[in-house]
Design a protein around this ligand. Structure first.
Ligand SMILES: NC(=O)c1ccc[n+]([C@@H]2O[C@H](COP(=O)([O-])OP(=O)(O)OC[C@H]3O[C@@H](n4cnc5c(N)ncnc54)[C@H](OP(=O)(O)O)[C@@H]3O)[C@@H](O)[C@H]2O)c1
Length: 145
């Protein structure tokens, strides 16, 4: 194509971290180390293509929203604590987790509910620390080397 690719929509949420996992577990003989997407995250960064995360609040393949979901008690405990500390809703914390990644990833949210959109947009008023980002990552059941 003559046109430059400016965006690539990829599945990414706190509970769908495949594109991030391999880079955090490089060169290890474990499942999380497997590069299943041709290093799409690295490729987009090198080519200045903006990643847009679809289904940012869903787990599985559109199985439902992980926020306030009893299937994810540890994750929601951390998210709710950070919500209280920062004075924003849980959707803002989940969005801020994606926005904090250095690739400057955008989110593609599905809701058309104005109140939800307002709450989600509060993510742009906060910045998670690295410690908070990794705490959320681990609370979702991920592991680090
Ligand atoms: N490029 C691709 O391959 C690809 C693939 C899949 C999707 N997409 C795009 O990505 C968009 C977003 O996908 P998605 O709809 O799965 O994303 P999502 O924003 O993770 O999920 C939105 C859905 O979750 C519901 N929901 C329930 N509780 C919620 C809460 N606390 N906070 C936010 N939402 C909550 C919403 O309901 P309410 O409507 O009642 O608010 C809505 O039905 C789609 O519209 C589509 O355009 C692209």
């Amino acid at each position: 194509m003559e046109q430059k690719l400016v965006a690539n929509q990829l599945q990414l949420s706190i509970t769908n971290t495949g594109m991030i996992d391999a880079g955090l577990n490089v060169n290890m003989a474990i499942d999380r180390s497997v590069d299943r997407d041709g290093s799409i995250l690295d490729y987009c960064r090198l080519k200045d293509i903006t990643i847009q995360a679809w289904s940012p609040f869903q787990f599985g393949f559109f199985e439902g929203v992980f926020l306030d979901n009893p299937k994810f008690p540890a994750l929601n405990q951390v998210i709710d604590r950070l919500s209280a500390e920062k004075g924003v809703g849980n959707t803002a914390i989940a969005t801020a987790w994606i926005l904090r990644h250095p690739a400057k990833i955008q989110t593609v949210v599905g809701t058309m509910n104005p109140e939800r959109l307002q709450a989600i947009s509060e993510a742009s008023n906060i910045t998670l620390t690295r410690q908070e980002w990794y705490e959320i990552y681990l609370a979702a059941g991920n592991e680090l080397p």
